[in-house]
Design a protein around this ligand. Structure first.
Ligand code: 1GP
Length: 245
């Protein structure tokens, strides 16, 4: 079974899933090994890997370390076409549907297409929606797009519906890495009710309580990056909360 089939199967069973986000720039080898070992013990479902801007060329090395140590599937969450590696299992082919920057909607994808075609990566077309979070985020700056206002759930709903109608396989609503305010449960519920494809929620989730609330609101996969970089032990707490939902 491929990763997408597994996500869909779990959604059908109302089984919530947990992904940690690893930014290859932010961890040294020792810390990464420790993090992966905690993730493995905590029954983390996926390791997403990527960042808005990667300055060190450590993506392959990072994936090698993760794959050596763990069977958790690795999924590229690329901030640019430079973040493609055949050492991962899958890639979220992101189209920034919350924005109106043609490069992020289709331009970069044209450049990446031959590379992706010749890779063995499982390609998961994903509508990426950036939601305003109280401060400027790297992803907003780097993608040159304006986020959807956090109180405009109708815009979020219509954007997600359009993404599904265009054939995207998942919707990823993100407040951006280190977001001051995470996405509200009201917005998550409204969007989850309006689509039938899996819904991923990330950005600014720091506690097991917020992760659980998001699951109850309708998220299928919760992504946490910044909070786990600061405290590896929180992985098991957040994982337990998500898997209890
Ligand atoms: C960012 O959703 C991810 O794109 C994770 O966000 O780092 O705030 O957990 P955090």
């Amino acid at each position: 079974m491929n990763i997408y089939e597994n996500i869909v199967k779990n959604k059908a069973k109302k089984k919530k899933q947990f992904a940690i986000l690893v930014d290859p720039d932010k961890l040294n080898v020792k810390d990464l090994e420790k993090l992966v070992s905690v993730a493995e013990k905590s029954k983390t479902d996926y390791i997403f890997i990527g960042g808005s801007l990667i300055t060190d060329n450590k993506l392959d090395e990072c994936l090698r370390i993760i794959n050596n140590q763990s069977k958790i599937p690795t999924v590229l969450f690329p901030g640019s076409v430079l973040q493609v590696s055949s050492k991962a299992k899958a890639i979220l082919l992101l189209s920034v549907i919350s924005g109106r920057n043609a490069e992020m909607l289709i331009g970069k994808h044209v450049i990446a297409a031959p590379l992706l075609k010749s890779s063995k990566l499982e390609i998961i077309s994903t509508g990426y929606m950036l939601i305003e979070s109280g401060k400027a985020t790297s992803v907003s700056y780097m993608s040159n797009t304006t986020p959807i206002p956090s109180n405009k759930k109708d815009i979020a709903v219509c954007t997600a519906m359009a993404g599904e109608m265009l054939g995207m396989k998942m919707i990823f609503m993100d407040a951006g890495s280190g977001a001051k305010q995470a996405i509200t449960e009201e917005m998550i519920t409204a969007v989850s009710k309006s689509i039938s494809i899996p819904l991923i929620i990330g950005g600014g989730i720091r506690t097991p309580e917020k992760a659980l609330k998001n699951c109850k609101a309708g998220a299928d996969i919760i992504v946490v990056g910044t909070a786990i970089e600061k405290k590896f032990s929180i992985i098991s707490e957040i994982s337990a909360a998500i898997h209890s939902a």
